[in-house]
Design a protein around this ligand. Structure first.
Ligand SMILES: *[C@@H]1O[C@H](CO)[C@@H](O)[C@H](O)[C@H]1NC(C)=O
Length: 191
């Protein structure tokens, strides 16, 4: 006996199709912005870009020798296109990182990356989250942005690219974010 699709099955199929179309439309309304950047964090000596704001105030950290709970660093790190120090400068990373766990080897980062090159010159994006100091890679959130990166959302992978010296570290940031497709790439000064 021949079998026919029941009307409710057709309705279900139609609903699924509509939902899939809506999902596709939602994707099309977002523009992906993928960046790979390198942050030069120099916490002493020539070319210093990072300073201890708080050091040795809190109780000693239970698993990081010589460190104290609450140790905090302010940064104004150079951001470049490649990992080398003389690679093209594309921005600055401004903010803080803090030893925010008493027991775990974890930093909490609050950094704004200000881009000074490329299509997003003048735009910024804000990074928040925690970094496990001894993990190869950790994931942080891109929480928003300004200018051409207004309403940016996504994540980034934070990895130590190179330990140049005891005071100089190069961090790699692989950024996967998206902005509303209607956002202008130009950084507006008003309006
Ligand atoms: C980025 O924008 C600033 C301010 O408008 C401008 O002075 C600078 O030349 C631009 N940099 C690049 C590399 O386009």
């Amino acid at each position: 006996m021949a079998s026919f699709a029941k009307p409710q099955h057709l309705l279900l199929a139609a609903t699924v199709a509509v939902v899939l179309l809506l999902v596709a439309a939602a994707d099309a309304s977002q523009r992906p912005v993928h960046l790979r950047l390198y942050m030069h964090d120099i916490i002493g000596g020539p070319g210093q870009t990072a300073i201890h704001l708080i050091r040795n105030v809190g109780p000693p950290h239970t698993s990081l020798k010589g460190a104290y709970f609450g140790d905090t660093v302010a940064i104004d790190d150079l951001v470049t296109e490649g990992p080398a120090a003389d690679s093209r400068a594309v921005g600055r990373a401004l903010g803080t990182y803090m030893l925010s766990s008493q027991r775990e080897q974890v930093l909490v980062v609050a950094v704004t990356v200000v881009l000074a090159d490329g299509p997003y010159n003048g735009s910024t994006f804000a990074v928040a989250g925690r970094v496990k100091i001894f993990d190869d890679t950790t994931e942080l959130a891109v929480v928003s942005g300004t200018g051409g990166l207004r309403r940016a959302a996504g994540h980034l992978l934070w990895r130590t690219a190179e330990v140049v010296s005891e005071v100089y570290m190069v961090l790699e940031l692989v950024v996967r974010m998206s902005v509303p497709a209607t956002a202008s790439t130009a950084a507006p000064v008003d309006g």
